[in-house]
Ligand binder design. Structure first.
Ligand SMILES: Cc1cc2nc3c(=O)[nH]c(=O)nc-3n(C[C@H](O)[C@H](O)[C@H](O)COP(=O)(O)OP(=O)(O)OC[C@H]3O[C@@H](n4cnc5c(N)ncnc54)[C@H](O)[C@@H]3O)c2cc1C
Length: 499
């Protein structure tokens, strides 16, 4: 049999995407039988603002065999239990998108939300967060990873908030230790095979060429290989996701870091607040049809006052997606698309692309069915996140600024309109297997944004009123007991970082 194995992989770009890909490939595919080269340009630099993550990042860490405490120390990380949304529905309102379960899995195929809706309809307390350990712990500033004594209660679900530059540096050390070769330089040209159009090499300023069998484009918004060289078009979604810029500005730590990210709706977009160990990450995500980048920077600087640690940094982007895999080039990270950081999904999308790559690892034939499968699965994922993000804007009651008026009255994609209608009617979401955000997340956000379903799943009526009331009070008591037993997030962090 002819040897068609990939012997050389070239990764262009050393941001979070490039180093996550390099680290995972070095760990899983290894560098004994193939070379892995990463080219990056210090002169160009990285986006460097991806600071908040979602729980599957813990799976990525486990894949790499990373010691989590070391990871927390090295990246100045804090733990994250969800996202607090402030002023999204109306000014003064807040809700929480928590990780983990809502209530409990009652193992009868009907999700807890429906029992809870029935109970609220009968006069129960409408505060859904009382039935989430993660939301309650966040509310009380508590956190621990450890399992409780009760075997039937799941672990607290968490993710991290970390310093993006330190994360990339951490992964770089990991990857280089396992044989990844890093080349400093700026790619100025790309050579393609005249017949197949496959990429054969990239050329750096100064003339050095790096050849490869397989190219991974992690060049960020530039999309050097997948966009500029191979011409994969970009599908622009900015009619629904208007934001096209952000101002980032770190500030001094304000008290003990909270175990959650806060996102506050402001005049022409929203502002993030991400507490780390050594500082707080802040940013104003805006749409320049409604505010100029300079005005957004001034607003953010004004709100941070003398706690700001650096000058504002302005980043520009467009929401949308392009095909991930074309010929012998796979795009991972910002080169294949961008969805604004409201639900911290970009790093997760990198992780999903890497895990799909390992799953469908190609040989030099780059079988079209493999590429097709990869691209279709990524498309579904992007669209489902896009719809989830749009719902946050569409469901506002705000009309106090032109930005929010636009959001409230905009048309939404049919796929989202159907979902919203079903939720309003009977609290149902119908998440698909590939969705990152399942029923519990949709419920937290749609209910949080003021949609109270008119009905619930018919089978939630099967339980007697007494059993329903008893079951809910037992679940609530277990959550209380468990959250009460947790240390504060600051204490837990101290036990890891040893201060
Ligand atoms: C405002 C904002 C906030 C964000 N917040 C979050 C968040 O909270 N959570 C989250 O999950 N994600 C977030 N993201 C997304 C996240 O930052 C990115 O997904 C992540 O950093 C990956 O970026 P990247 O590696 O694809 O690109 P980049 O970081 O831009 O890296 C590109 C790399 O390519 C190199 N390169 C480019 N051109 C060349 C060339 N010609 N030659 C050589 N090298 C080249 C650069 O030097 C760099 O090393 C945010 C993004 C933005 C814009």
């Amino acid at each position: 049999m002819q040897d068609r194995a990939i012997r050389s992989i070239v990764i262009v770009g050393g941001g979070t995407a490039g180093w996550m890909a390099a680290a995972a490939l070095a760990k899983v595919a290894g560098t004994q039988n193939r070379s892995i080269t990463l080219v990056e340009s210090e002169e160009i630099g990285t986006v460097g603002v991806g600071e908040a993550t979602i729980p599957p990042i813990t799976i990525f860490n486990r894949l790499l065999g990373i010691d989590e405490d070391e990871f927390v120390r090295e990246t100045q990380a804090t733990f994250k239990l969800g996202i607090e949304f402030v002023d999204w529905l109306r000014v003064g309102h807040r809700y929480f998108h928590h990780f983990g379960l809502f209530g409990a899995d009652l193992k009868d195929g009907v999700s807890f939300a429906h029992y809870w809706l029935r109970w609220v309809g009968q006069g129960g307390n409408p505060d859904n967060l009382r039935f989430s350990s993660e939301a309650e712990a966040a509310r009380m500033g508590k956190f621990a990873r450890a399992r409780t004594k009760r075997g039937d209660t799941p672990n607290i679900n968490y993710a991290f908030q970390f310093d993006a530059a330190r994360y990339a540096a951490f992964l770089r050390r990991f990857a280089e230790k396992r044989g990844v070769e890093r080349v400093e330089g700026k790619v100025v040209d790309v050579q393609q095979n005249g017949e197949s159009g496959h990429i054969e090499s990239v050329e750096l300023a100064g003339g050095k060429r790096i050849e490869g069998d397989f190219f991974i484009d992690c060049s960020g918004f530039r999309a050097l290989l997948i966009g500029k060289t191979l011409g994969c078009p970009f599908d622009d979604w900015s009619q629904w996701l208007l934001a096209n810029g952000a101002v980032a500005m770190p500030s001094r730590r304000d008290g003990d870091p909270e175990p959650f990210t806060r996102v506050t709706a402001v005049e022409s977009g929203w502002q993030w607040h991400i507490p780390l160990q050594h500082r707080t990450g802040n940013g104003y995500v805006f749409c320049d049809r409604f505010i100029t980048p300079d005005d957004a920077a001034a607003k953010l600087a004004g709100r941070l006052g003398d706690t700001a640690l650096a000058d504002p940094r302005i980043l520009r982007f467009t929401a949308g997606q392009r095909r991930s895999w074309e010929k012998n080039c796979l795009a991972i990270g910002l080169s294949c698309g961008f969805l604004e950081p409201l639900e911290s999904t970009s790093i997760h999308l990198i992780q999903v692309a890497i895990s799909k790559l390992l799953d469908l690892f190609p040989d030099r034939d780059f079988h079209p069915a493999i590429l097709d499968r990869f691209n279709k699965e990524m498309d579904l994922l992007y669209v489902s996140i896009r719809d989830f993000l749009i719902a946050h804007y569409k469901l506002t009651e705000r009309e106090d600024t032109p930005f929010w008026r636009y959001c409230k009255h905009m048309d939404v994609p049919d796929s989202l309109a159907t979902k919203l209608h079903l939720f309003e009617t009977r609290g149902e979401v119908l998440a698909a297997d590939h969705d990152i955000f399942r029923e519990i997340s949709w419920f937290a956000v749609l209910y949080g944004q003021g949609v109270v379903p008119k009905g619930y799943h018919p089978l939630a009526d099967a339980m007697s009123d007494d059993d329903l009331s008893l079951t809910l009070s037992q679940i609530r008591a277990a959550i209380r007991e468990r959250v009460d037993s947790l240390p504060s997030h600051a204490q837990f962090l101290d036990s890891i970082v040893g201060r």
